[in-house]
Design a protein around this ligand. Sequence first.
Ligand SMILES: O=C(O)C(=O)C[C@H](O)[C@H](O)CO
Ligand SMILES: [Mg+2]
Length: 403
Amino acid sequence: MKIIDARVIVTCPGRNFVTLKLVTESGIHGIGDATLNGREMAVVAYLQEHVVPALIGRDASRIEDTWQYLYRGAYWRRGPVTMSAISAVDMALWDIKGKAANLPLYQLLGGKSRERVMTYAHCTGKEIDSCLEEVARHVELGYKAVRVQAGVPGIDTIYGVAKREGERYEPADAELPAEHVWSTEKYLNHVPKLFAAVREHFGHELHLLHDVHHRLTPIEAARLGKAVEPYHLFWLEDCVPAENQESLRLIREHTTTPLAIGEVFNSIHDCREMIQNQWIDYIRTPLTHGGGITHVRRIADFASLYHVRTGFHGPTDLSPVCLGAAVHFDTWVPNFGIQEHMPHDPLTDSVFPHDYRFEAGHFVVGEAPGHGVDIDEDAAARHPYKPASLPVNRLEDGTLWHW
Ligand SMILES: O=C(O)C(=O)C[C@H](O)[C@H](O)CO
Ligand SMILES: [Mg+2]
C-alpha cells in the first residue's frame, strides 16, 4: 500500500491548524494533526522540506519503521517542531491502517478498556463569583471535573482566564507577543481562597483541577500544593517549568496534592526521571506533540509501571484530528486518568467532520474505521492562515518570566 501523495493543509477556521493528509495508491487516505500553536509554519516547512519527499513511495503499513526512519534517521532528534511533524505522519498512518482493516483505531490498539472517557472543562472568571457561576454552568452541562482559574486582584491579565466575561479563554492573539505582568506573591495568596469557595459551594465530589502554567519555583509550588490540600484537587498542573526533572522531587516531598505535567514535552526522555521516581501522577503529553500514537503509547506503558496515569492536553489549539485520535487512545489505554476538553467552535468542527461524541461530561468513541476524523479541504481553503502569537510574561520589575 504505497503512499502516492502527501499534502500539508494550513487553515484558520477561527484559529490556525496544520493537517497532514496522506493518500495511498489504493485510494485510502489518512490525516494527522501537526499544529504547534504560534509556531505553525515552522512545522509546515519541516514537513514540506524534509518529510513529505521521503514519504512518497513508502509502504503506508510500516508505521513503526517510518517512525524510526523519521526519528533516528534524522540525526537531529526531538524538539517540538520535529516531533509534531513525526506525530502527524504517525497519526495519518494509524488512520490508514484502521481504514484498510475496516476497524476503529481503539480496536487496533487492543480494544476498549472503558465505555466512555471522563473529560474536564475550563471554568474561568475575573472574580471568584463569576468563576463559581461558570462552574455551576459546567456542572449543569454534565461535567464531573472542572479546571478552575480566576483573576487575581492586582494582576491585570492572567494566564487561563478569558479576557472578557462570556468569552472562551484564548491566549494567542496579536501577530507579535503581547506582554503580561505577573506577581507570584499575589497569585499564591489568592488561589487557596478560590478553591475554598468552590468546595464550599459545590461540595467534595466534583473533581477540581488547576493549571499554574510553569510560573512557580519548586519551593513556591510546594507551598501552593500544601495550601490547597484541604480542597483535594484532582491535580495541580505544570507547577514549575520542568527542564530540570529533579525539581519535581522537592515538591513531591512536601505535598500530597497530585501533580500533572507534560503538555510541552515531546518524548519519553523529557519525563523518564519524573515517572520512574514517582514524582508525578499524570502525564499530559498529547499525541500531536509527543511523536504520535506510536511514541505516546510507549510513554503510557512506561508510566503504567509507576502508577502514573494519562491526562492528555486538549486545548482548542490541538485540532479535532488530535482530539479524535486521543478519544480512541483514552478508550484503550489501561492507565487512563482524564482528558482535557475545550470545545472547538462550530466553524472548526465544520472543517473537521468527526464521529466522537460528548455526553454528560464524557467522550464516547465512534465506530468509523481509523480515528474517525476527516478534513473538508474546500472548507479549509476558505479560511487562510493568520499569524497569531502567544504572549510573554514579565515580573512587576520587568524581568522576563516563565509563561
Ligand atoms: O490547556 C492547557 O492546559 C494549556 O495550558 C493551554 C496552553 O496554554 C496552550 O495550549 C498553549 O498553546
Ligand atoms: Mg496547561
